[in-house]
Ligand binder design. Structure first.
Ligand code: PLP
Length: 451
């Protein structure tokens, strides 16, 4: 028998100032949006449909998460089946099969030696979880003086207190008090003079990792628990690691007993054409945070993948029958999210989607760099299926020009992402060359049409 599911029909919604008022929107100019709302009601493949029935090309895979494209039946069927079979199962002192299966499959995709997975519900939770695991691990090992955490300028690690503390985005920090103490930041790796218009990894900048030696000299290694970096910093405008930089960070961390965390919320699950960014760069961290592509964005879920050494330390140093890690969420390894994750990993594998990223990357690179010389453009950069178009800022109004580009692109039927005056594009892996051409051509028109 069919169930009548509809308690709400999106296409019948009539946006008015009144019915838009209650929702306090995240990372959005609420007043501007509510005066001129942009509402999606449907998505399929490479496109959203907005409430006016117009198709919008998704050049950002939602928020870097819909890697396999929208409207995947395999996911909706797995999710709906799971809800009917087992809608919820408490994750503390109880388990369900899909959680163990998904952890095994994620661990199998992860670099050798990263064998255990802790589940969360978002990238931010993954980051805070990873930082807490790092601190607890050092303590379990008898190195409880290692409490200092090191992030990076222009790093984005979500919006939890741990994440904003190690993160380096001023606006995400300055409103919220003092954040965590005992944090330091490495310099970011972007340098316009040395690396503008570089394709893939810039040749200049490996030496910036040496700053970690300065922090070790300043604080002493015995006070430092972990360093966290995004292999490719995405949300702060696509900052691509210089050749040799991540290798150097790894070397210095190992030398001083400091854990290295890769925040792979964006790079994980194929964005660079490899399982993880760690594989692309050939550098293995001690912990990996992930989210987004794990469930193709369809159900909130994240994870922290930890090394065997970290996991074993918790198991070996904890008293018999004691809880090894005092941390977890009501929705850790939620059955419905696990079902989505399993379906998504099948899609990635069956359709060879990570290889597809590799195949289309050269075409993507040329397309992005074809924008050289377009009005306002001062830099272009790319790696995997990520591209960044940096615009010259309007004097005294940083971010205004890119925001105009965002609004204009939406008018012309394309979703892009902007941060400051940098436009980021990161389409789903099912993107065709014709979509790439269309995206670049819309963007060129947009840039010519704005002041
Ligand atoms: N870490 C990185 C590297 C991210 O890019 C993001 C989101 O873009 C996050 C953490 C936060 O993830 P979430 O928004 O799921 O909390």
């Amino acid at each position: 028998s069919s169930i009548s599911p509809k308690s709400f029909e999106a296409t019948q919604f009539k946006p008015t100032p009144n019915n838009l008022e209650a929702f306090f929107m995240p990372f959005t100019s609420n007043r501007h949006f509510k005066a001129n709302p942009r509402l999606f009601v449907k998505a399929e493949g490479m496109h959203f449909t907005n409430i006016d029935g117009k198709q919008v090309l998704d050049a950002t895979a939602g928020l870097w998460c819909v890697n396999a494209g929208h409207g995947r039946r395999e996911i909706s069927e797995a999710v709906s089946h799971q809800i009917q079979e087992l809608d919820y199962s408490p994750p503390f002192q109880m388990g369900h099969p899909a959680a163990f299966e998904l952890a095994s499959r994620v661990a199998a995709l992860a670099p050798t030696g990263l064998d255990h997975v802790f589940f969360t519900n978002s990238g931010s939770e993954s980051v805070d979880t990873a930082l807490k695991i790092a601190l607890a691990y050092q303590r379990a090992k008898g190195q409880g003086t290692r409490t200092r955490l090191i992030g990076r300028e222009r790093g984005y690690h979500g919006v939890g207190f741990g994440g904003i503390s190690v993160g380096g985005m001023v606006n995400n920090r300055k409103w919220f008090g003092t954040a965590l103490g005992g944090i330091d930041h490495l310099p970011h790796t972007y340098n316009a003079k040395e690396m503008a218009y570089s394709k893939g990894q810039p040749a200049w900048g490996a030496h910036l990792a040496d700053d970690l030696e300065r922090l070790v000299a300043l604080h002493d290694a015995s006070s430092i628990a972990a360093v966290i970096v995004e292999p490719v910093a995405g949300s702060t405008g696509v900052l691509i690691p210089p050749k040799g930089y991540l290798e150097k960070l790894r070397e210095i961390c190992t030398k001083h007993g400091i854990l290295l965390i890769f925040d792979e919320v964006i790079c994980g699950f194929g964005r660079l054409g490899t399982n993880f960014g760690a594989d692309y760069f050939g550098v293995t961290p001690d912990l990996i945070t992930c989210a987004k592509g794990l469930t193709n964005g369809a159900i909130p879920m994240g994870g922290v993948i930890v090394s065997k050494q970290i996991y074993d330390t918790f198991m070996e140093t904890s008293a018999e029958n004691a809880i090894e890690l005092f941390h977890g969420y009501t929705y850790s390894a939620h059955p419905v999210a696990c079902a989505a994750g399993l379906a998504v990993l099948d899609i990635y594998k069956n359709e060879g989607l990570f290889d597809r990223v590799k195949e289309i990357t050269p075409y993507w690179e040329n397309a992005i760099h074809s924008l050289k010389g377009t009005r306002h453009v001062i830099d272009l950069r790319n790696i995997g299926l990520i591209g960044a178009i940096e615009l010259e800022s309007r004097p005294g109004k940083p971010g205004a020009r890119a925001m105009d580009a965002f609004l204009k692109a939406y008018e012309k039927g394309m979703l892009i992402r902007v941060t400051g005056d940098i436009i980021a594009m990161s389409p789903p892996f099912i993107v065709e060359k014709s979509h790439v051409d269309q995206a670049v051509s819309i963007l060129a028109d947009v840039l010519k049409s704005i002041d």
